[in-house]
Design a protein around this ligand. Structure first.
Ligand code: HDE
Length: 707
């Protein structure tokens, strides 16, 4: 490959029709674009190895063959020990206003300042090839290529963590990953070792509530919140500190799948979230989040009933509001998954002037771990030279050599020096801005392996979470515990876990105990009754229905006019409408015209859509009613709480799907998101009703749901 190909990386335009361009270049100048060896020698044939006679042995002399196979043999690198499965994208961060009152961070210093970013979303437990929609925490890691160096905000989609001290991380990860003897399960936490550990480690309880909630089965990466988790520190130019917690809030609202749906999706499209992100960006629907901060003056450090340094606690938003400070837009897909998404190396200690750490023992451990893990994963100390990791800011130091060194460093390699003109010089000497100086925190104490007493309350905020949930969110949490503990073989572990839950809520513990066949634990007195409305997804719907997917079930005889009318109305609001029929191609509309089919029904499933519409048309509906895949499509959409709209004859499919009659044909149907139009209903009106229903995402109080 020629040099201009190899240098492709961050900052380059997206590959449009890269293959065509490459071919055109080759035709214009074959001497530059022909296949070569690593040494740049042009190769005549890469399909046949050099051999002695057409049927003879392959020759060792074939350097091209050996080089090709050797390079291939070394293609894999170790996957991340956690967060192995992920998807990434480029974009920018734009600050809303100068934050100089709190931080001297350059990328937050001016309204409208844009900073390029790379974001990688991930699951935690599963290996690289595992399914996207497992029940798990999602990583939300952002690399800001600021003018003063790279800043990494390596967060999750949940605001707390399982453990309080990083020294427990290897234990936690060993317990959560696939079991060591049989390497099961691939993705997810529903197995003995995880729950054994969790039940013995009560500090996990708050995080378990989040992990058993719908937050662990997001509808899309684009519809997740993100959190920095730890309390960090903003620092001003004159060295003043303010505690800060970071929040990402998605423009599209926070939405989830239901558990049954997530499991089906894992088979129908294991790449569901990866595809969703990729397709949204390809189609120009750039996902967007707002960055918000909770700011706590240093003098208020001890004014909470929890410790700010304890990563198993949130600061309820009602206590300290989240102040929006900028927005994140993802507008470009990577060109090469390995080079960019796989090789991106995040590190909590990648901070810039104006952002500093606190003594959170989880954060302190992470500040060691990420650099260390990159050394083994990326094979040496020069990974920051990889295009996706390279800062935009100038890099000057005396680090030299090592595996994969890309830079030809001239001159001296030590400090102080006179022979190299004293360069690179200490930036501190001039006392200028834009230099990282560690926050001067006074520290005094004995060397002890002891957790602070202020870290001991493991249940109040777990209860806070439970208390803040809507009825259906609680139902989902109970079902999730029942599923997970139901997969645990050890009765002792089940009992111990249920016993812990009694500290959160007696009803929760009873319902889980009942589901998993163990005795209900004794109720615990003094359980917290506080709540925080900001935690419920019922209050996080977001606005609009952009990129929500509506399936239209069609067959020969479908009322094509209706489809056009509905499609127009919904796509005007940003929804995606796809016509599905038994076969690809087109179907004959009831007016005799053709209706293009977007997807063949057997290649899709209701779980890949947010709503379903069955238009009128006697012949078409009869065909759909006779097609088990179509009937199942409607039934599944119903059981997963999705909006369903039927026009005229389409109603028949509801009956065929054996949906609860009192709901689908009763007066309350619209309250349950089942919309039926008769002969006089204008399709546009039905489309509007469907759009409103889509805006509510799901109808979790509908009877007959699968959770
Ligand atoms: Fe990580 N974590 N982590 N983690 N983490 C890694 O770094 C670690 C923690 C998070 O998309 C590893 O490059 C320790 C909390 C994300 O590339 C490793 C502790 C949070 C990603 C590591 C934690 C995270 C990682 C594995 C306990 C949310 C994926 C591969 C103190 C705030 C980043 C790698 C990406 C990845 C260590 C806990 C988020 C081993 C020791 C808390 C999003 O370094």
């Amino acid at each position: 490959m020629s040099a201009h190909h190899q240098s492709a990386g961050r900052g380059d335009p997206p590959a449009q029709d890269a293959k065509d361009q490459q071919l055109a270049r080759f035709r214009a100048a074959p001497e530059h674009d022909a296949l070569t060896t690593d040494q740049g020698v042009r190769v005549d044939d890469t399909d046949n190895a050099l051999r002695a006679g057409t049927r003879g042995p392959t020759l060792l002399e074939d350097f091209h063959n050996r080089e090709k196979l050797t390079h291939f043999d070394h293609e894999r690198i170790p996957e991340r020990v956690v967060h192995a499965r992920g998807a990434g994208a480029y974009g920018y961060f734009e600050a809303y206003e100068p934050l100089t009152e709190y931080t001297c961070a350059d990328f937050l210093a001016e309204a409208g300042r844009r900073t390029p970013v790379f974001v990688r979303f991930s699951t935690v437990q599963g290996p690289r090839g595992s399914a996207d929609t497992v029940r798990d925490v999602r990583g939300f890691a952002t690399k800001f290529y600021t003018r003063e160096g790279n800043y990494d905000l390596v967060g999750n989609n949940m605001p707390v963590f399982f453990i309080q001290d990083a020294i427990k991380f290897p234990d936690f990860v060993h317990a959560v990953k696939m079991e060591p003897d049989n390497e099961m399960p691939t993705g997810g936490t529903a197995h003995d070792t995880f729950w054994d550990f969790a039940s013995l480690q009560p500090e996990t309880t708050h995080m378990l509530m989040w992990a058993m909630s719908d937050r662990a089965i997001p509808r899309s990466f684009r519809m997740m919140q993100g959190f920095g988790v730890h309390t960090f520190r903003f620092v001003t130019a004159d060295g003043r500190g303010t505690f800060v917690k970071f929040h990402w809030k998605p423009k599209l609202g926070v939405h989830s799948q239901v558990w049954d749906e997530a499991q089906i999706t894992a088979g129908r499209d294991p790449d569901y979230h990866r595809r969703d992100l990729w397709e949204a960006i390809e189609s120009g629907e750039y996902p967007e989040w707002e960055l918000g901060v909770q700011l706590v003056p240093e003098e208020d450090e001890f004014s909470f009933d929890f410790d700010l340094l304890d990563a198993t606690k949130i600061i309820p938003e009602e206590q300290v509001p989240v102040r929006p400070i900028g927005r994140l837009v993802l507008d470009r897909n990577p060109q090469n998954f390995f080079a960019e998404t796989e090789q991106v190396a995040f590190h909590t200690a990648n901070v810039v002037p104006g952002i500093d750490f606190t003594n959170d023992p989880l954060l302190q451990g992470r500040n060691f771990s990420y650099l260390d893990t990159q050394l083994i994963r990326l094979g040496g100390p020069n990974f920051s030279q990889l295009p996706v990791n390279r800062p935009l800011a100038d890099v000057n130091h005396n680090h030299r050599d090592g595996f994969g060194q890309q830079v030809i460093h001239p001159g001296t390699n030590y400090f102080p020096n006179s022979l190299g003109g004293g360069c690179p010089a200490h930036a501190g000497a001039g006392g200028g801005a834009g230099v990282f100086r560690h926050y001067a925190q006074r520290v005094d104490g004995e060397k002890i392996r002891v957790r602070s007493d202020s870290f001991q309350d493991h249940y109040s905020q777990a209860a806070l979470f439970w208390n803040s949930m809507a009825d259906w969110e609680r139902r989902h949490i109970v079902e999730a515990f029942r599923f997970e503990l139901g997969k645990v073989g050890s009765t002792q572990v089940r009992e111990r876990m249920v016993g812990n839950l009694a500290n959160v809520n007696a009803q929760l513990a009873e319902m889980v105990a009942d589901g998993v066949g163990v005795a209900a634990p004794q109720p615990v007195s003094g359980v917290s009754t506080a709540s925080s409305p900001a935690l419920s997804q019922e209050n996080l719907l977001g606005e609009g229905i952009r990129t929500r997917k509506v399936a239209v079930l069609a067959a020969d005889g479908t009322d094509a006019g209706q489809v056009t009318a509905v499609r127009e109305r919904l796509t005007a609001q940003g929804a995606i409408v796809e016509v599905l029929a038994a076969k690809d191609g087109s179907v004959r509309g009831s007016d005799g015209g053709g209706l293009d089919v977007d997807r063949a029904l057997p290649t899709m499933a209701s779980v890949l859509y947010d709503a379903v519409l069955v238009p009128d048309g006697k012949e078409a509906v009869a065909a759909l009613a006779a097609d088990p895949a179509a009937v199942r499509f409607v039934e599944e959409a119903y059981r997963h709480g999705k909006p369903i709209a039927v026009l005229g004859e389409g109603t028949r499919l509801l009956t065929e799907a054996k949906l609860p009659e009192e709901v689908v044909l009763g007066e309350s149907a619209p309250d349950f998101g089942v919309l039926t139009g008769n002969g006089t209903t204008a399709p546009g009106d039905l489309a509007d009703a469907l759009a409103t229903a889509l805006g509510r995402h799901r109808f979790p109080r509908r009877p007959g749901l699968l959770n």
